[in-house]
Design a protein around this ligand. Structure first.
Ligand SMILES: [Ca+2]
Ligand SMILES: [Ca+2]
Length: 334
């Protein structure tokens, strides 16, 4: 796995408020990203940071609860767009919500452990300078893993309104993070391809994965809000995974928008094979209507062919004109 490191050194309050909000508000959209957060690895990185600081004669940083959450948010954001610029086009420091302090951010992706990412950072002058800077008192480390390797973020600050430390060491916490992003950073595909076939009653699961425009090996699960014909297929979304279950034989489209009003969302063509279980659906197209009634009537008049068992609408064991009439009445809502 290719690895990436970026750093930004000490940015003062005035610098931040004078920074333009890059590409402007109003164009960003909100997407939901799914991944797992590793507070255990976050704590390990902080411990190594303080070992390095002790070796350099510096005081330790307090692992701050609030900054840790901000770093977890940033870790999800760099999985979408690998940069010190946030996906919405603003500086990374906007995550501090206007805090007047000396602040810095280190980011990395592709490193498999706290030891590995810290070694990478300590061997890079700018990152090392952030880790070994006496101006900071607080640290938060984000560690987020979605459809590819870990994304790491260190945030440093000279002060923070809420100084509460954290000892959270939870591992692999499943998490949906809302991310404000410019639509041009959305470049997603479907993990199983755009055409699938399932049998009636069978399910298939897949994820919608965004390709990071800066670091293509970094992929992020986006949580879509699928739109399909729920008479034909059942759709469930859980932990970033979409599950489609075939209900009736058909070929149908399921759209997978990742934000409201997306103009050209991804879609998947689902072909459901097998016999329809829908009473009266003689042609197994998932809809009961006059076409089925006509088919049953022709069959009952000796036109030949075969009909599925559910053409026997009244369940008396015979497919005849009584079924055709009942299907017609049913399709008319009578
Ligand atoms: Ca039908
Ligand atoms: Ca019958």
């Amino acid at each position: 796995m290719k690895k990436r490191l970026f750093s930004i050194l000490v940015a003062a309050f005035l610098l931040i408020v004078l920074c333009p909000t890059a590409l402007g508000d109003g164009t960003a959209v909100n997407v939901t990203a799914f991944g797992w957060e590793y507070y255990d690895l976050s704590a390990e990185v902080c411990a190594i940071v303080n070992e390095e600081r002790a070796a350099a004669g510096l005081s330790p940083l307090s692992r701050n609860a609030h900054i840790t959450e901000l770093a977890m948010q940033r870790a999800a954001e760099i999985a979408l767009y690998y940069s010190h610029t946030r996906p919405d086009g603003t500086s990374c420091f906007t995550v501090f919500d206007g805090l007047n302090a000396y602040k810095a951010e280190n980011i990395a992706a592709g490193y498999a452990s706290p030891e590995a990412v810290m070694e990478g950072w300590m061997n890079s002058e700018g990152h090392r300078a952030n880790i070994l800077n006496g101006v900071y008192s607080y640290i938060g480390v984000g560690c987020f893993k979605s459809a590819s390797s870990y994304c790491w973020v260190q945030l440093f600050s000279s002060n923070i309104p809420d100084t509460t430390p954290t000892d959270n060491v939870d591992a692999a916490v499943p998490m949906c993070r809302s991310i404000s992003t410019l639509p041009e950073y959305i470049d997603a595909d479907i993990s199983c391809g755009s055409n699938v076939t399932v049998d009636v009653g069978q399910s298939l699961s897949f994820t919608v994965q965004n390709v990071n425009p800066v670091f293509a090996q970094c992929r992020l699960m986006l949580v879509p809000e699928p739109v399909g014909n729920d008479q034909l297929v059942a759709i469930d979304v859980e932990n970033g995974s979409v599950t489609i279950t075939g209900l009736y034989p058909c070929t149908t489209e399921v759209a997978l928008p990742v934000y409201p009003g997306e103009a050209s969302p991804l879609s998947i063509t689902v072909t459901v094979t097998g016999a329809s279980g829908l009473p009266g659906d003689a042609n197994s197209d998932g809809v009961v209507n006059s076409a089925d009634a006509l088919l049953i009537m022709r069959f009952s008049l000796g036109a030949g062919g075969t009909l599925p068992p559910n053409a026997d609408f009244d369940g008396d064991g015979i497919i005849n004109s009584a079924d055709a009439l009942l299907v017609l009445r049913s399709s008319m809502g009578l």
